[in-house]
Structure formats: structure tokens, C-alpha cells
Ligand binder design. Structure first.
Ligand code: ZN
Ligand code: ZN
Length: 265
């Protein structure tokens, strides 16, 4: 079941056939400042610093844009191992989400509204990084961080699985599993099926946990494509799906049969 990291990164229909590199869509291309920030974030182990980890917890990870760019630059700089950091952070976030469902059911809506709220803006946004941020980093480093073949491969390989978990309200239809933001709105409106949402959150936690564990030497190769798809879905769950879907419709080949606009079947 489990494909190797090498399989995940090769043989995909991006920029291969005609030798053209795949390019970021307008508006999503990471700026020099963003690439430089995420490079230093990934390389200097910032997520192991308690202050950084708490900032990520209070903000439910990075915002949609920086969550996606973190995956992309981590893969661009470090290859498969680059996903270890995001896997650790999103495992932690989904664990906190899972625990928020515990306790007496009558108190659950109140507790979830408290536990799942945003308490802090995205760390990268707060530091001023955005689509036009400059940087004096060497051009070669910036060019490497902006390569998107690996993130495109990762998203495409896992798309048949994560597409089942796209929040239908982010995608504009349906009422199945919701992202955190739409879940909060549904709870406020008294319309949330909390048992179904809890099962979904637990499923994502278990998948990201297995994926995160697979970076340990003794667990190497134990993750499945489902587990990897759970990392993408956890990013979408924490902040919403709009940006992921916008990149998805740019990179996923029509012949893949993945209808990223179609949401949950
Ligand atoms: Zn941000
Ligand atoms: Zn949503």
C-alpha cells in the first residue's frame, strides 16, 4: 500500500512532457521574503521552540496561504524529509482539535467554540510577510524555494483521497465534514452534526500521527497515501480550503479524474 518517497516525487504529469517547469498561478507565487522566511523557519528548527509552537497553536497553524507555502518550500528545499516539520505541527493541532470534543455532550458546543477559535493571526502574516515582501537572500536560494514540482506531485498523488474531505462550504455546496472555521459557524447556528465532525477530526489526527511517526527510523515506510492525504486535509481543516483548491485546479491534470471543484462525492 505504501509507496516510497521516491515514487511520490516522480513520474507525474507536471512540466515533464514538454520540458517546461510548472509555474505558480498568479497571486499564489511566493515572494522573495516569504521564501526566505520559510527557509529559515524550516532549517533552524523553529517549531521546536515553545514560543513558536504556541504561536502556531493559537493561530491554528499558518493562514491558508502560508500553510500551503510552508508545505511547498519545505518540499522544495528538503525533499520528502521537509514534510516532517509540517507533520509534527499538524499532528499537534489535530490532537488539540480531537481533545476539544471530549467531555459531556451537553457542554460540547460551548467548549468547541472556545477551543477552536482563532486566538492569534498567522505568524508569517504578523511578521509582515506577504505576496510582495522583498529579501536579500541569494537568488539561487530563492529560485530553489520557489520550485513547485514537488508540492504539485505531493498534492496530485494524494488528491484522490483528500478530495473526499474538502469542506463543502469552502467549495460552495453540501453539508458534510466541515473545516474548523465553518464548523465554528455551524455550531453558532446550532446546525452542526458534532458526532460526524468528531469522527472526521479523529480520522485526520490518526492519519497525520501515522505520517509523522513514519519519519522515525524504526517506523520508516509505515505510512500510507491515506496518511499523507490526511496532512493536506489537516491544513485545509485548520484554515479552510480556498487556497488549496485554487492551487489544485491549477495543477491537477484534467485526466486525473479529480474534480477539485466538486467537493465531497
Ligand atoms: Zn499568513
Ligand atoms: Zn470550510
Amino acid at each position: 500500500m505504501s509507496a516510497s518517497a521516491g515514487d511520490m516525487m516522480g513520474d507525474l504529469p507536471f512540466g515533464g512532457g514538454d520540458g517546461q517547469p510548472i509555474r505558480w498561478p498568479e497571486g499564489l507565487r511566493p515572494s522573495d521574503g516569504e521564501v526566505h522566511f520559510l527557509w529559515s523557519f524550516s532549517f533552524w528548527g523553529s517549531i521546536m521552540e515553545p514560543a513558536t509552537r504556541w504561536a502556531l497553536r493559537r493561530g491554528w497553524g499558518f493562514c491558508q496561504r502560508h500553510g500551503l507555502l510552508w508545505l511547498a518550500t519545505s518540499l522544495a528545499f528538503l525533499g520528502w524529509l521537509g514534510l516532517h516539520g509540517p507533520a509534527i505541527v499538524y499532528e499537534d493541532l489535530m490532537d488539540r482539535a480531537r481533545l476539544a470534543f471530549r467531555g459531556p455532550k451537553v457542554l460540547r458546543p460551548l467548549r468547541l467554540r472556545w477551543a477552536l477559535r482563532d486566538r492569534e493571526p498567522c505568524l508569517a502574516c504578523r511578521l509582515g510577510y506577504g505576496p510582495h515582501s522583498p529579501s536579500r537572500a541569494p537568488p539561487r536560494l530563492l529560485a530553489q524555494g520557489r520550485q513547485m514540482e514537488r508540492v504539485a506531485s505531493f498534492l496530485a498523488q494524494t488528491a484522490p483521497l483528500w478530495r473526499r474531505w474538502i469542506c463543502p462550504r469552502c467549495a460552495g455546496r453540501g453539508t458534510a465534514v466541515l473545516c474548523r472555521r465553518h464548523l465554528l459557524l455551524a455550531i453558532t447556528g446550532g446546525r452542526a452534526d458534532l458526532d460526524a465532525q468528531e469522527s472526521y477530526v479523529r480520522l485526520l489526527f490518526r492519519g497525520v500521527h501515522r505520517f509523522s511517526q513514519s519519519f522515525r527510523w524504526e517506523r520508516k515506510g509505515t505510512d500510507t497515501v491515506d496518511d499523507r492525504a490526511c496532512l493536506v486535509a489537516a491544513v485545509g481543516w485548520c484554515q479552510g480550503w480556498d487556497v488549496l483548491l485554487s492551487l489544485g485546479s491549477h495543477i491537477l491534470p484534467p485526466q486525473s479524474g479529480v474534480d477539485v471543484d466538486g467537493a465531497v462525492p
